[in-house]
Design a binder for this molecule. Structure first.
Ligand SMILES: Cc1cc2nc3c(=O)[nH]c(=O)nc-3n(C[C@H](O)[C@H](O)[C@H](O)COP(=O)(O)OP(=O)(O)OC[C@H]3O[C@@H](n4cnc5c(N)ncnc54)[C@H](O)[C@@H]3O)c2cc1C
Ligand code: SF4
Length: 326
């Protein structure tokens, strides 16, 4: 690890003043410190934001509001989240390990970096780590790589489970900077790699994620997260599905569907949503709705199984939500 300066911000205003080129915010540190040890990132200055008042989980008629520094485990355990937004609790419970969930923050989770092995190995070319150096995954070991939204410059999946659940529910991130605040829908926050895979999201230099909000909806309470991975715990998704359904009198009235582990960003599946709405809530409908879920997929040598795995994962999630329930 390279030497760096450390400062603890005592207020949001102070954190925003402390930023500049070569500065990184420190929340739980479960990604940042790892990457600093590997020298994948080497900030000259680390601003500790753990003492900022960016906490709180509140629910109103408008929806759910979660402070960026809330811990993953606290959000997953919160009674309103479990009752009205179960897909969020399930996505969090299937993330990382209990120790990591107790340390990691919501904001840090949404901003975590790629888990591509080449990104984390500084001896190999990687456009995301070092723009213009090349992409080792294209011709190397690419079992975990994305099949949707890829480019010739990067095929890394977005690693956050929470982001997939939040994209399905139409969540937004709240951002603060010295110039003021703004709110960005999460679906528009993440950037496709294109020819600039090192630009991963819409966050501007020095901007702070302060909170996440999720609108109240008729489908959020009937929602679930299914994650398929090589090991049952402590592992990132090969494919995952976040699904929310509004079913009345045996018919799907509304649907929200997103996928993880397959796209370079959390992948909203609007075509699947359209194919569900107005149909009977049956397995037959679900099987038919997911047929085109992976259209446009560009599999590589070791991940050709992902389109079929995605379709099966989606059907599992939809079936788990079932038909009519009082
Ligand atoms: C072994 C292992 C397994 C894991 N498995 C999973 C998994 O299955 N699913 C999953 O989703 N995640 C998984 N993770 C990732 C884990 O969830 C993230 O490391 C964690 O959520 C990051 O949160 P943090 O608070 O520790 O962020 P930090 O490490 O402190 O920060 C991460 C990044 O976000 C920036 N940042 C943090 N907070 C803010 C803010 N409020 N505003 C602006 N910038 C900010 C930091 O500067 C840094 O760049 C795993 C991690 C490990 C180590
Ligand atoms: S897939 Fe992306 S992160 Fe992985 S080596 Fe290629 S450029 Fe780097």
């Amino acid at each position: 690890m390279r030497p760096f300066a450390y400062a603890r911000a005592r207020s949001v205003a102070e954190a925003l003043e402390e930023t500049g080129a070569g500065t990184a915010y420190l929340a739980g540190g479960t990604t940042l410190v790892d990457l600093m040890k590997l020298e994948v990132v080497s900030p000259q200055r680390v601003v500790d934001i753990t003492w900022l008042p960016l906490r709180g989980i509140t629910s109103s008629r408008a929806g759910l509001h979660v402070g960026a520094l809330e811990r993953l485990s606290d959000v997953a355990a919160h009674f309103v989240v479990r009752k009205r937004y179960p897909v969020i609790a399930e996505a969090l419970e299937l993330s990382a390990s209990p120790q990591l969930r107790a340390m990691a923050s919501i904001g840090g989770n949404l901003l975590q970096r790629s888990r591509c092995g080449y990104f984390r190995d500084v001896s190999t070319p990687c456009n995301k780590r070092e723009p213009g150096s090349g992409c080792s995954a294209l011709t190397g070991w690419n079992r975990g790589a994305a099949v949707l939204g890829t480019s010739g410059d990067c095929v890394s999946t977005h690693p956050s489970d929470l982001a997939v659940a939040l994209v399905a529910l139409g969540a937004a991130v709240h951002l603060a900077s010295a110039a003021g605040g703004r709110t960005v829908p999460l679906e528009r926050f993440y950037r496709l790699p294109g020819s600039t895979p090192h630009v991963e999201n819409a966050l501007r230099p020095g901007e702070l994620v302060t909170a996440v909000s999720v609108p109240r909806s008729p489908w959020a309470a009937r929602s679930t997260y299914v994650k398929v991975r090589d090991r049952q715990s402590y592992e990132f998704a090969l494919a995952s599905a976040a699904v929310a359904l509004d079913v009345q009198r045996g018919r799907v009235r509304g649907a929200r569907v997103a996928a993880g582990g397959v796209g370079t960003v959390p992948w909203r599946l609007r075509g699947v949503e359209r194919a569900l709405v107005g149909r009977p809530a049956t397995e037959e409908t679900y099987e038919a709705a997911v047929v085109h879920a992976a259209d446009g997929a560009r599999p590589l040598e070791h991940n050709a199984f992902k389109p079929a795995l995605l379709r099966r994962t989606l059907v599992r999630a939809l079936t788990a939500l079932g038909g009519d329930r009082a």
